[in-house]
Design a protein around this ligand. Structure first.
Ligand code: GLP
Length: 242
């Protein structure tokens, strides 16, 4: 069942979504978190960092698996998801960098690296709770519209829209990588619990399609309807088309 929680603002979205993550960490301190980049989950990480600093939560034995990474972007680049996860999650939450994995966008053999990533998730016992943002076109991770609902970690071409959306993080629109490696929709559905967050009217259409539309590859986030334990935590702006 999908649970929809509508809250007045982004900080409140972060607090409620963080409490779901905190429950998992408290119950299973050596469990596995699915990590997302983008601005939407930052409110979650802020709240979790606050609770970790207060000594309420210990992330030092938690594993982390990021959803995605650009292909061919040096990990030293501040916008590589290796760098972003390290800066916004691993360090502020006090996770052990050895236990945090991000898909390999620099592998010589990308399919082998993708298979190894899936195997690493399995070896960790699967993901206990997966944090998700949503793109304006309904993408989750970098699973753009038309992604197979059963897909696993693989290389994908970024759509012109997503490259344009993310151009603000790079020196020029041409500097945005053209490809990515992302967990598949099938990978995401294997997590025991999903928590998707979205804030603002720019996400309202994608949220309406994900929650009330048909389950369809044209809105990848609609796969949440197939999951037994998915929670969508949004502000009033993101809820405005429901
Ligand atoms: C990016 C990421 C997604 C993220 C989405 C929305 O391209 N790959 O994981 O959910 O776009 O980003 P934001 O939260 O900044 O709107």
């Amino acid at each position: 069942q999908m649970e929809i929680v509508i809250l007045p603002d982004s900080a409140e979205v972060g607090r409620v979504a963080a409490s779901v993550i905190a429950d998992v960490v408290a119950r299973k301190p050596d469990g596995a978190l699915g990590l997302a980049t983008g601005s939407s989950p930052l409110a979650i990480y802020d709240e979790l960092a606050r609770r970790a600093a207060a000594g309420e939560l210990d992330f030092s034995r938690m594993r982390g698996f990021a959803l995605d990474e650009y292909v061919g972007l040096d990990y030293a680049h501040p916008e590589s998801y290796h760098a972003v996860i390290d800066r916004t999650v691993t360090k502020p939450l006090g996770m052990d960098p050895e236990l945090v994995s991000v898909p390999d966008g620099l592998a010589q053999d990308v399919p082998a690296a993708c298979a190894a990533y899936e195997a690493a998730i399995d070896a960790a016992g699967g993901i206990d709770v997966q944090i998700l943002g949503i793109g304006a076109n309904g993408h989750i991770g970098f699973n753009e519209p038309t992604s197979s609902l059963a897909s696993r970690t693989r290389i994908k071409t970024l759509t012109p829209k997503t490259r344009a959306d993310n151009a603000r993080f790079f020196d020029s629109p041409e500097a945005v990588p053209t490809h990515c490696v992302t967990q598949g929709l099938g990978t995401i559905l294997r997590a025991r619990r999903l928590v998707l967050v979205a804030q603002g009217e720019a996400k309202a259409e994608a949220i309406a399609a994900a929650v009330e539309g048909p389950v369809s590859a044209s809105c990848p986030a609609s796969v949440l309807q197939l999951h037994e334990h998915a929670t969508v935590v949004i502000d009033e702006g993101a809820a405005s088309r429901l």
